[in-house]
Design a protein around this ligand. Structure first.
Ligand code: ADP
Ligand code: MG
Length: 465
């Protein structure tokens, strides 16, 4: 018990309450003194059962909320009634001999034990668990590492960083770690936030002059989960703060997990010291799931629901949507909603009809050949017309091949269609270009990462179009 002392946090919570509620209200009700701490609660002294009851009724939740914000931990407040300048009363204990004056009002302390039901962690989604996560060849390594980490947080693979494109399960997997740790030990201090929230809260804390609270909150956690760290690009102040948080947690063997939409090496405007910290532990990527895994994921979602979905429908969705799991789920959700609304069983015909648009959109996405040409021209500092034109100088021919290769990879256009789109060329030219790039990819790892980053730019651009 002696090793827990939350008095600093308690006092800060009181200061904040005073500022928020005003002197008057505060003076009237907050007749409280810090007494002691245990791992999961703070004991406070109040002068009478009247105050205790009022505080419990009106302010307990409010104060506990503040304590959570300050510590990242669900600390319960326990009230003990103590005669001013007296000792904590103990149930059944006889009152000391009355001093002259009014009868002593030393009351037994019938503080109800704070109910210790299994509370939901307010930052973790209850459905983002390992049980709901389908392991396939696209995510097996990441999922097994995540499982190992949740058994022994902080001991190996620290930090753990999951990267990959949208909708591939990064957030789900990261929160599964949090949920597992929390399920096994609800006293563990688990914080799960996005990098954007981290940044906003940091800025706010500077503004409110509560930077110390902010530091305390993040430096005294057992497991820190930060989603989408690519958001930190260009945010130098937040990077600096995270760097110090990182060091404190790392030195204390506390687990950190991050997610990112690309390999850390491709993040721009990131402090080198922080970059090297991110890369220090285990970095694992998630790939799009293959057909079998897509079917398995859909089946899992179907099992969890009330509506029956025939296998052939599962397969047609899995076949037509290969981009990511989020799109897969969206298609299924649409179908389920339709079936519930019109009260019809789901059949292959209904699925084909209802999902027609989603299927065709998923095929071509919003990616246009023009978008690809613009991105590639940009990257290689050429003009759009150079790339589409007839010139065959090496500095143009190679980027053109890259553009053709990317178009072949990320759209469903045939080589004939692509030849046409690329300035009226023959389909064999497109095939030749793709072959050339494939050969170079085997020899040149830099080309692979520059193509990946081009694809990302193209997709980002087209998702905004
Ligand atoms: P990301 O963070 O990579 O963009 P999410 O973690 O938000 O992706 O996943 C998108 C959706 O797909 C979520 O609803 C998630 O539950 C689901 N999902 C992703 N991968 C899997 C998987 N392997 N098994 C089951 N559901 C998955
Ligand atoms: Mg995510």
């Amino acid at each position: 018990m002696g090793s827990w002392n939350y008095s600093v946090f308690f006092n800060e919570a009181m200061n904040q309450a005073k500022a928020e509620l005003g002197e008057h209200e505060f003076a009237m009700w907050f007749n409280i003194e810090y007494d002691s701490s245990s791992e999961s609660s703070i004991v406070v002294r109040v002068p009478s059962s009247f105050y205790r009851d009022q505080l419990i009724r009106q302010y307990q939740k409010y104060l506990e909320g503040k304590l959570f914000d300050l510590t990242g931990k669900h600390l319960g407040l326990e009230f003990v009634v103590v005669k001013p300048s007296g000792q904590a009363s103990v149930p059944g204990e006889t009152a000391p001999a009355p001093a002259p004056g009014p009868a002593p009002s030393l009351e037994a302390s019938p503080t109800k034990p704070v109910e210790r039901v299994k509370v939901k962690h307010h930052q973790l989604r209850t459905d983002y668990t390992f049980e709901n996560f389908v392991i396939g060849d696209n995510n097996g390594f990441a999922a097994n590492a995540a499982l190992a980490i949740s058994k022994n947080p902080g001991t190996s693979y620290n930090p753990f960083l999951i990267y990959g494109g949208v909708g591939l399960g990064k957030t789900h997997l990261m929160q599964s770690i949090g949920n597992r740790v929390w399920a096994e030990n609800s006293k563990a201090r688990v914080i799960c936030i996005t990098a954007e929230e981290f940044t906003n809260e940091f800025i706010q804390s500077i503004h409110d002059k509560t930077a110390q609270n902010f530091k305390n909150k993040y430096r005294f956690v057992d497991v820190l989960l930060i989603d989408d760290i690519h958001f930190l690009q260009n945010k130098m102040g937040s990077q600096e703060e995270l760097f110090h948080t990182f060091n404190a947690l790392y030195d204390a063997n506390k687990q950190m997990v991050f997610t990112c939409d690309r390999p850390v090496s491709e993040l721009k405007n990131l402090n080198d010291r922080l970059r090297s910290r991110f890369e220090r532990g285990l970095n694992v990527d998630l790939q799009p799931p293959n057909f079998e895994t897509r079917c398995a994921i859909l089946k899992k979602k179907v099992e969890a629901g009330r509506v029956a979905v025939p296998d052939e429908v599962v397969e047609i969705i899995a076949k037509n949507i290969s981009t990511n799991v989020r799109d897969l789920e969206a298609a299924l959700t649409k179908l389920l909603a339709y079936s519930e609304l019109v009260r019809k069983d789901i059949t292959l015909e209904i699925a084909q009809h209802q999902l027609k648009d989603i299927f065709s959109q998923s095929k071509h996405g919003n990616v246009t050949i023009e978008g690809i040409l613009r991105a590639v021209a940009d990257q290689y500092k050429l003009s759009f017309s150079d790339l589409k034109g007839k010139k065959r100088t090496k500095n143009i021919a190679f980027p053109r091949q890259v553009a053709m290769y990317i178009a072949r990879e990320i759209t469903e256009y045939s080589t004939t269609e692509l030849g046409f789109e690329f300035g009226g060329r023959d389909h064999t030219t497109v095939m030749h270009a793709c072959q050339k790039i494939e050969e170079r990819l085997k020899l040149d790892p830099n080309l692979e990462s520059s193509i990946q980053s081009l694809v990302r730019t193209i997709k980002e651009y087209s998702s905004k179009a």
